[in-house]
Design a protein around this ligand. Sequence first.
Ligand code: M6R
Length: 609
Amino acid sequence: MCGIVGYIGEKDAKNILYNGLTKLEYKGYDSSGIALIDDNKNLIIKKESGKLTQIKKYIEDTNIISNIGIGHTRWATHGKPTQINSHPHTNCRKTIALVHNGIIENYLELKEELIKKDHKIISETDSEIIVHLISEYYTGNLYGAVQKIIQYLKGTFAIAVISESEPDKIIIAKKGTSMLIGIGENENIFGSDIPPILEHTKNIIVMDDYEIGVIEKNKVTITDLEGNILNKVVENIDLTIEMAEKSGFKHFMLKEIHEQPRVVEDVLRGKIENGKIKFDNFNITKEELRKIEQINIIACGTSYHAGLVGKFIIEEILKLPVIVEIASEFRYKTPILSEKNLVIVISQSGETSDTLGALRVAKQSGAKVIGMVNVIGSTIAKEAYGTIYTNAGPEIGVASTKAFLSQLTMMYLFMLYLGDNLNLIDNKYKEYIIKNLEKIPEKISTILNKSDEILNIAKQLKNTKNIMYIARHINYPVALEGSLKLKETSYIHSEAYPAGELRHGPVALIEENVPALAIALKNSKTYDKMLSNIQEIKARDGKIIVLASEDDENIDSIANMSLKIEPIDEIFSPLLTVIPLQILAYYISDEKGLDVDNPRNLSKSVTVE
Ligand code: M6R
């Protein structure tokens, strides 16, 4: 949940660390800190609770010169977001500093032993234990101490450690959470994600679990736990800095919403060859695939909603049964899976703890597991049999937008891939689907160009306390997603229901101060039913905002407000209906003056249970 960055080279480390942390704030933002070693070999720590402004001020005011340092932005798990609990943590003598992402499950046990050995543990965190443990085993070789203590840590970690006794190196190690190293010229920079690295280099080493890195100015050495030097591949990452920055938009969320036409193009690019879908890392043979009798999709949050849309697509077109489950529920159930199940775990970050846990449970039960993930080299990508990368690029806004659209688009390709391999789809229909998918980017751009109309609606809704979202069939998951976007960015309570469920209870909530947003597309097979639901809400004085097709001439006489999209075959409609809902949530949040990109209490990736 936290962000880590580290630098060693010839430049001013404090500025590089601060810049890096600004690009990692989405990982956690309740406290932050840096550790530097200055020219006199003194370890200097600056850490504060709250946002990065304190660190910024410190960096502007100080005249410390340092070419080596580590930084951290925290999302509290153990202990409140106070100054003492923030990272970097130090040993008792304050000669070694450590930053940590992850959770040390046996920290209480370790703490007890360390206290017996006279270590003074001052924070409530699990992380501080690690630096005391390193100090306990330190005999003049920082690498050796880290190598020694890893065996005692249960849980997940990405750590970076510096010592004033060895001011020319940073030791890093990881298990179960990501760590990437950027290889530069006379400098090296590492981080828990790509954005802080990108402006320095595109040459990246992805660390694997139980590897230790020694990062020096002109050298990076990666070893296994036994100390054997590993020959790691340096990958050239095809991402631009702009892709990881705001590019002139007020917020990352808005930028990412506007990137969606490009995202759909990127998902489609290179995946369709002679009318067939091609996945590079699927790793499941046609013969194995033919044994599959059921698809299981497992995910959390927005990725779960993408899975629900996927169920509609696969069941409607291929008539293949799909079960979609929430990862945090699935992982503690008795899994009813075998080699006849194909499990797809969907995750933007590829690090979500529950989704990873579900993946492991599914693997143990003999099912083939594919990770549909956005972040390259993430833990889910590594542990799944095969990976489908969704190619959305780095998503910084905590509220997922472009990653969702990339997952949706990929669901159509995945359905086509299954259809091809299992002979469940005819060529003509396949062509029809591909043609329609290729038209989506332009149709999204048309919606984006009408953002001002959505802003007007946002202004009218911003003081609302509760909103009901209703839809049917393939757009019901979109209603769930629209409602989640609103909740997390605007703190407005909202519920999403399949419209047919209204009469079974939720309609009791409707009154003049509880508006309903209905997705009702004219060519949908449940359009008439949606109109009846809308009338029922009106009869109870509820205001109605309808997300309708442009060719619906009557809708404005029924709705209080409307959002319009181009008419589209219902099967593809989620790719468009979600866009106005994302924009609406964004504008309501911005109109309320909220921190759109970093909503309260949330973290970009939930790497704890
Ligand atoms: O990285 P993942 O896709 O596994 O994350 C799953 C959820 O935590 C995530 O979608 C979350 O619900 C977002 N805040 C939604 O905007």
